[in-house]
Write a protein that binds this ligand. Structure first.
Ligand SMILES: *Cc1c(COP(=O)(O)O)cnc(C)c1O
Length: 398
């Protein structure tokens, strides 16, 4: 044997969003006034009651192993939340608590995929999905949501992508990166396709609380027994409770799948951090007013960004309905010249914005959608104003 490395590991792409955030951070450290629209996490602090509860957990010695798939008290709190917010009836033995939503998703694919199984991923997609599927020996089948349909895929597009090897569909609503939200009727039709073809639905509902205006979050598993059986519903505390660093995510699924995920987790990581589980318990069972306040603030920024970008030349934007991102079509910008050279790609545009305008945005090729950029509004209004001024001045100069 020679010292070769895992081909699978080497085939995985590092996360480009993290790379951009890192570069912006580094420029800022050098004293530059950089606006970072790359943020994938709330800019708020974790609610104080949550922090206090975690501190008392430490002081009371809740610092040992817990059951590998999480504590029963937290599972019960999650069941209550599923019942009241999502209209989903799960018992504690159907819940697995993991180290963040990412870990939950990765457990799901490990539990359901065999080598060569196909997973349908609607683009634009969260960039980790194809890499996770690859790591679990699955094969991604990408279908594309069209702009005229709010970048969402339709039931018939999903039906057309189904083969004998299809194992699952990933559905992310509200969506990262588009901020779009699937309507109940769209979800019902998609649920019918999932049931008719007897595949799994992996429902990533990480942004379920961050939804604005008249929109309502609907969980696909809630329609009937048949879709419920085939769905693994995934959520977490990171985005809704400004708890990204605590690393708590969870799933609701059949008992059978929960057992497999729990068993995988028992060998890979054991329980998620005991203190973070206490913090999650406080978040889910305590007062929800901070969540509402954060959502209100996000909503103000969302409206401001949409109204401003809508009026800018060369770009196209749809009104986002959830999460904390705006998704901008920059294909017309790419046709323009900058300093005598055709811009040509969203990646080059992002480079120009960062290097010459001190503004970080995320080009979306890795989200399966070239010619688009994603701007997060999980930054202060003041930063948003400054950053949009810069974007606007570049666009007007082209
Ligand atoms: C942030 C995010 C997650 C998971 O977040 P964790 O930090 O791992 O809890 C899952 N799905 C989407 C779409 C996300 O944006």
């Amino acid at each position: 044997m020679s010292l070769t490395l895992s081909k699978k590991a080497q085939a995985v792409k590092p996360s480009s969003t993290l790379a951009i955030t890192a570069k912006a951070k580094e420029m800022r450290a050098r004293g530059m006034d950089v606006v970072g629209f790359g943020a994938g996490e709330p800019d708020f602090n974790t609610p104080e009651n949550v922090c206090d509860f975690a501190i008392s957990a430490i002081k009371e010695g809740f610092t040992k192993y817990t059951p590998a798939s999480g504590t029963n008290e937290l599972k019960e709190a999650i069941c209550k939340k599923f019942r009241e917010f999502n209209g989903l009836d799960y018992a504690p033995d159907q819940i697995v608590i993991s180290n963040g939503g990412k870990h939950s998703l990765s457990n799901i694919f490990d539990a359901i995929l065999n080598p060569g199984d196909e997973v349908i991923i609607p683009a634009p997609y969260w960039l980790s999905y194809p890499e996770m599927v690859k790591l679990s020996d699955g094969v991604s089948v990408i279908i594309t949501g069209e702009r005229k349909n709010g970048y969402k895929v339709t039931a018939s597009q999903i039906q057309q992508a189904i083969t004998k090897k299809t194992k699952a569909l990933i559905l992310n609503t509200p969506s990262n990166p588009t901020g779009m939200v699937y309507e109940e009727e769209e979800l019902r039709q998609i649920a019918d396709v999932v049931v008719r073809n007897d595949i799994y639905a992996v429902a990533d509902e990480m942004y379920e609380y961050l939804i604005y205006g008249d929109e309502k979050h609907v969980s696909i598993a809630s329609f009937n027994e048949e879709i419920y059986k085939r769905t693994i519903t995934c959520s977490g505390l990171s985005k809704s409770y400004a708890m990204t660093g605590w690393r708590i995510g969870y799933t609701g699924s059949s008992v059978e799948i929960a057992k497999l995920m729990g068993s995988i987790q028992s060998h890979a990581t054991s329980n998620p951090n005991s203190i973070a589980q206490k913090a999650a318990l406080a978040a889910l069972t305590g007062p929800q007013d901070t969540v509402a306040a954060m959502r209100e603030e996000f909503d103000k920024r969302r409206v401001y960004m949409y109204e401003r970008v809508k009026k800018m030349p060369l770009v196209h934007i749809l009104e986002p309905k959830g999460a904390f991102y705006v998704f901008i079509d920059v294909s017309k910008v790419e046709e323009k010249n900058y300093k005598g050279e055709k811009i040509n790609s969203a990646a080059r545009l992002a480079e120009i914005l960062l290097e010459d305008y001190n503004t970080a945005v995320v080009p979306c090729a890795d989200f399966g959608f070239p010619d688009h950029i994603r701007l997060s509004y999980a930054i202060s209004m003041e930063q948003i104003e400054k950053g949009l001024d810069r974007l606007e001045s570049l666009l007007k100069s082209l």
